[in-house]
Ligand binder design. Structure first.
Ligand SMILES: Cc1cc2nc3c(=O)[nH]c(=O)nc-3n(C[C@H](O)[C@H](O)[C@H](O)COP(=O)(O)OP(=O)(O)OC[C@H]3O[C@@H](n4cnc5c(N)ncnc54)[C@H](O)[C@@H]3O)c2cc1C
Length: 403
């Protein structure tokens, strides 16, 4: 049985695990990322904003990745309600914030390839599952499916929403469900998207189209479980017709629709973000509905924060996985994760609510945003650089010393 000792062992090689591993390795920590490479094509794309892109610039071959990504230059919110009161459309333009783009829309498969390629040169990548986690007084011993043992004083749990590592550390979760599922697909269309992402806020949940290459877009269609089951069962021509109706003519006639994938909407948050030499990141820490493209952006901030705290501990000669590091991480992530989970939950529930006062309040919020450039600027700033979290690795590359 082979044994290896690292500063940090990351469990899970989804996007959150790979970016956490890279951030730690590039911060001078001896890092292993353990987890199977994806076996199925993930048809989702991720809209990644401001700080997340700065992190990718530092950790990957950004030139190559940017060439396969699509800039998001605007975000439009349309009140798709059926009531008498319709709020005006709100358009956030990156130009208004002095930027060319808020971020980029990147296919998850493309992102995963770029992250794996970057890992090859700076960390140990073990393509296997972890079958046993043994938390000891001064380290954690992990055993893989292949019988390899890996030891580290700190483990980063990036093993997804059902994280067994989180369970081994004794971290509980709060979880809840929504009466909705989501369909994702890509499609071509007649009209230009002008690099604008559009969210149609309907009473069953948002229907969002995110700009893809040329005249194509990525669909994120949230609806009731029953309607999603019906839409999945439709033939391609019938689905194209349902999509035309759903989009209310936006983008023109859809064609070349990819196979559809669906996910059930859920919410979950860990009650502690660090305990017993384990730090949780990504969906092991928080699961939120795909509204406003928050999930992976939040995970990137988890990753940059782990790297920052653990490398500080190493430089200061502290125990990397000791109580002080764990407490600092937990404290640093609490407000950011809490406010995002809360905001997405409230927005989703306000759409589902049949109480007139609730939809009126949401409509008035959109009205205020549509009529106030100052308010839009504040919301944009918070989207690009959240007040509650700004790790140095996510600062604009030219504003700090490059790594
Ligand atoms: C429809 C949809 C659209 C979305 N769009 C966006 C968006 O535009 N922008 C955005 O920011 N976010 C978006 N998100 C959220 C984002 O996709 C997720 O936050 C992200 O995929 C979660 O990544 P993760 O690495 O935490 O989890 P996962 O991708 O689930 O990865 C967990 C990994 O852990 C591995 N694993 C599990 N157990 C073990 C074990 N014992 N040993 C080793 N490995 C293990 C698994 O094999 C898996 O590879 C979207 C989500 C959905 C559902």
């Amino acid at each position: 049985m082979k044994q290896d000792i690292f500063d940090i062992a990351v469990i899970g090689a989804g996007p959150a695990g790979l970016i956490a591993g890279l951030a730690c390795a590039k911060s001078g920590l001896r890092t292993a990322v353990i987890g199977p490479a994806p076996r199925f094509l993930d048809r989702r794309t991720s809209a990644l904003f401001g700080g997340s892109i700065e992190l990718l610039k530092r950790l990957t071959d950004w030139g190559q990745l940017a060439a396969r990504s699509v800039p998001v230059a605007g975000i439009r919110i349309v009140d798709g309600g059926e009531g008498l009161f319709r709020a005006p459309e709100v358009l956030f333009r990156a130009r208004e914030a002095g930027l060319d783009a808020f971020g980029y829309n990147i296919a998850n498969a493309v992102l995963s390839d770029a992250l794996e390629a970057a890992c090859a040169s700076c960390l140990t990548r073990v393509d296997a599952g972890v079958s046993h986690v043994d938390i000891q007084l001064d380290q954690v011993a992990l055993t893989t499916d292949a019988g390899v043992t890996i030891q580290a004083p700190l483990v980063v749990a990036a093993d997804g929403r059902a994280s067994a590592t989180r369970g081994a550390a004794g971290i509980d979760v709060a979880d809840w469900s929504y009466p909705q599922s989501v369909i994702v697909a890509t499609f071509d269309h007649q009209r230009e998207h002008h690099n604008i992402s559009t969210e149609l806020h309907r009473h069953v949940g948002p229907l969002t189209v995110v700009p893809g290459p040329d005249r194509s877009s990525n669909l994120v269609w949230i609806d009731t479980h029953e309607e999603v089951a019906r839409l999945l069962a439709l033939g391609d021509a019938e689905f194209a017709s349902a999509l035309t109706t759903g989009l209310r003519g936006l983008l023109g006639k859809p064609s070349a629709i990819s196979p559809r994938q669906s996910f059930r909407l859920a919410g979950q948050t860990a009650k502690q973000f660090a305990k017993n030499r384990v730090i949780v990141v990504g969906e092991a820490a928080h699961v939120i509905p795909p509204i406003g493209a928050q999930g992976l952006n939040l995970s990137f901030r988890d990753a940059a924060t782990v790297a920052e705290m653990a490398s500080e501990a190493k430089r200061g000669g502290e125990d990397i996985g000791g109580e002080a590091t764990l407490n600092r991480y937990d404290k640093a992530r609490r407000a950011d994760i809490g406010t995002r989970v809360f905001a997405v939950d409230v927005l989703n529930r306000s759409l589902l609510s049949t109480i007139p006062g609730v939809s009126l309040a949401r409509g008035l919020g959109l009205f205020a945003l549509a009529s106030s450039p100052a308010l839009r600027a504040r919301v944009m700033r918070e989207g690009i650089t959240p007040f509650a979290s700004s790790p140095a690795l996510m600062a604009p590359v030219n504003a700090t010393t490059e790594m």
